[in-house]
Design a binder for this molecule. Structure first.
Ligand code: CP
Length: 321
């Protein structure tokens, strides 16, 4: 796509590296496009040709069930060729760097690289070395933009809009890329955001993110429309952040007693994977009247289709830049 065409596009970016910096119009455009794919995905004949002749490579340096699979489904439903690169059996194991790996895939004329990496900033660095589109599928504790978009689509479908809602994001905020992307998206779209966590699991910059901070679940959930629970990201923890899992659940695990502080119809969300009995009680997670957790997974495919569509260049228009 030429720079002029890119500038005039409804999503005027070569990559999707984060929610920070996206405008309300750009977010709304992606959500509206995703909405068109929700109904189509429920039909048997749901294949489109937006990505025909285009190649998407999933490059995940960290484990994933939902994100990797839904990008694969999204790419295939749009008619593209999808390759899942197994990092465990790749030349990364022989010492090849993430940049060299990406440049190798770029030289094979991949059109979109979907990348997850344990280091914050790694996906942006990689995007500067290749000339294909790059989507951040989660980088360290920095951002997970498609998760925030699918959360927003779920909220919008359930409540009719995001502006004016009171959203509590609860749990391990410090290590959560999902929290950061959601904070950017929800505040950009006019929601009020509360972070509810023990002091040890809040980032130093929490007060500067335009949110309210609570250290007590009952107070933090009071009057909320949305309760978004987060997993303890133990893989990013170096040291002790809480006394025990039992104590963590007692004070910060979502159960019906704490949920009673939120609005009676408050929606329960969780990006997954869940640790039942740690940050969320099983009965609450499986409450079909209140929990939107399965719907979040479904919206993931539609949102990723919208993102791939927005970044896909029509065949023959690659500018090599
Ligand atoms: N929510 C999320 O990113 O899940 P996965 O780790 O399974 O992709």
């Amino acid at each position: 796509m030429t720079q002029a065409a890119l500038d005039n596009a409804p999503y005027p970016h070569r990559h999707l590296l984060g929610i920070e910096g996206l405008s309300p119009q750009e977010i709304t455009y992606l959500l509206d496009r995703a909405e068109t794919y929700v109904g189509r995905n429920r039909q048997t004949d749901n294949k489109k040709s937006v990505l025909r002749g285009r190649t998407l490579i999933n490059l995940f340096f960290e484990a994933s069930t939902r994100t990797r699979t839904s990008f694969e489904l999204a790419g295939k439903r749009l008619g593209g060729d999808v390759i899942n690169m197994s990092v465990a059996t790749s030349a990364v194991k022989k010492g090849e760097t993430v940049i060299d790996t990406a440049m190798t895939l770029n030289a094979m004329h991949a059109d979109v690289l979907v990348v997850r990496h344990s280091e914050s900033g790694a996906v942006k660095l990689l995007s500067e070395k290749v000339n294909c589109a790059v989507i951040n599928a989660g980088d360290g504790s920095h951002e997970h933009p498609t998760q925030a978009l699918l959360d927003a689509l779920t909220i919008r479908r359930r409540t009719g809009g995001i502006s004016g809602l009171l959203v509590a994001i609860c749990g391990d905020i410090a290590h959560s890329r999902v929290a950061r992307s959601n904070i950017h998206l929800l505040t950009t779209m006019g929601a009020r955001v509360r972070l509810v966590a023990p002091k040890t699991l809040l980032p130093a910059e929490a007060e500067r993110l335009g949110v309210e901070v609570f250290h007590d679940m009952n107070a933090g959930l009071a009057g909320c429309d949305i309760v978004m629970m987060l997993r303890l990201q133990t893989e990013r923890m170096h040291g002790a952040f809480f006394p025990s899992l039992r104590e963590y659940f007692h004070f910060f695990g979502l159960d019906y007693s704490k949920l009673a502080n939120a609005k009676p119809d408050a929606l329960i969300m969780h990006p997954g994977p869940m640790n039942r009995g740690v940050e969320i009680d099983s009965e609450v997670a499986d409450d079909i009247g209140r929990s939107a957790i399965r719907e979040q997974v479904e919206m993931g495919v539609a949102v990723r289709m919208a993102c791939l569509e927005a970044l896909a260049q029509p065949a023959g228009e690659g500018d090599g830049g």
